[in-house]
Ligand binder design. Structure first.
Ligand code: SAM
Length: 286
């Protein structure tokens, strides 16, 4: 792409966002996806896969903090964490901030994303790929959760949208596999799209998760480059109390770890489970 050319996202028909490309840093088809990384004056370095924005330097912290610290502070004693996808390394960086976590496994289908993000988006992983607790597995996430003998306290599905390789991570088989490799009182969370524009994805996830988990809902945050309103994060566990902790408990756990965030706070944690009526209506109609 030439300088100042406009890169248009192709996630939705008839509606979208664009970025001016100040400098293209990398573009190639990996084994699985069309990967591009470019510089943009408003959001810094931007990475997209198959025409869909995955992450930007400027607003990635919102998404990575909310998909990491909400389940980890809710759990309170997570030792083993599984990240599905997450090739840009931002989720790994946030999980690695928790001193009580002893083992972090990341199952990423595309080694190219890891390699090129380590090189072109170094602030995302911020050295976390060298954390001694970390293990990288290159595989389809649904294969791993269906076959592993390992058990986890928290599973974070940080995948692309349910098109292309990401589709398998929104299936009943995947959710059944996650349920089988979660410890008791384990928590599953997943990026589930912008519900105003991708409402069916939230409804489908809710329906497909419910046979395997007794407490299935969503929480939310607005991430500017996941445009169109709030992004919903799927939440599933077999202990509803994990979602009903007093704010004081969350504050105490936050203080114990000395983790200071740019978006996440215990109050935001609690408030993020409040969902718009249109989504509640769509979920109850199921
Ligand atoms: N923050 C982004 C979002 O919300 O759309 C996701 C970012 S991360 C780059 C998405 C990662 O999921 C990519 O690295 C992609 O290669 C990986 N991925 C897609 N399908 C996968 C699968 N079936 N198994 C494991 N990783 C997968």
């Amino acid at each position: 792409m030439s300088q100042h050319e406009k890169w248009h996202e192709t996630l939705h028909d008839g509606f979208g966002q664009y970025f001016t490309v100040d400098k293209q840093l990398y573009r190639d088809k990996t084994e699985h996806q069309d990967l591009v990384i470019f510089e943009n004056s408003a959001f810094g370095r931007v990475m997209a896969l198959d025409g869909v924005v995955q992450t930007t330097e400027r607003d990635e912290f919102i998404y990575h903090e909310m998909l990491t610290h909400v389940p980890l502070f809710a759990h309170g004693d997570a030792r083993s964490v599984l990240i599905i996808g997450g090739g840009d390394g931002g989720m790994l960086r946030e999980v690695a901030r928790h001193p009580g976590v002893e083992k972090i496994t990341m199952v990423e289908i595309d080694a190219g994303v890891v390699n090129f993000c380590r090189q072109y988006l170094p602030s995302h992983s911020n050295g976390a790929y060298d954390d001694p607790r970390f293990t990288l597995v290159i595989d389809d996430g649904v294969n791993f959760v269906s076959q592993t003998e390992q058990k986890f306290d928290v599973i974070i599905s940080d995948c692309t949208d349910p098109i292309g390789p990401g589709e398998s991570l929104f299936t009943s088989d995947f959710y059944a596999g996650c349920q089988r490799c979660l410890n008791e009182d384990g928590i599953f969370v997943a990026q589930n799209g912008v519900c105003f524009l991708q409402q069916d994805e939230a409804v489908n996830s809710h329906r497909r998760l419910s046979p395997y988990f007794s407490d299935v809902t969503f929480y939310q945050a607005a991430v500017p480059t996941y445009y169109g309103g709030i992004m919903t994060f799927a939440w599933a566990s077999n202990n509803a109390l994990l979602r009903q902790l007093p704010t004081e408990t969350l504050k105490a756990r936050c203080q114990e770890t000395d983790i200071r965030c740019r978006y996440y706070t215990p109050d935001i944690h609690q408030a993020s489970f409040a969902l718009p009526q249109y989504l509640l209506d769509a979920l109850s109609a199921e």
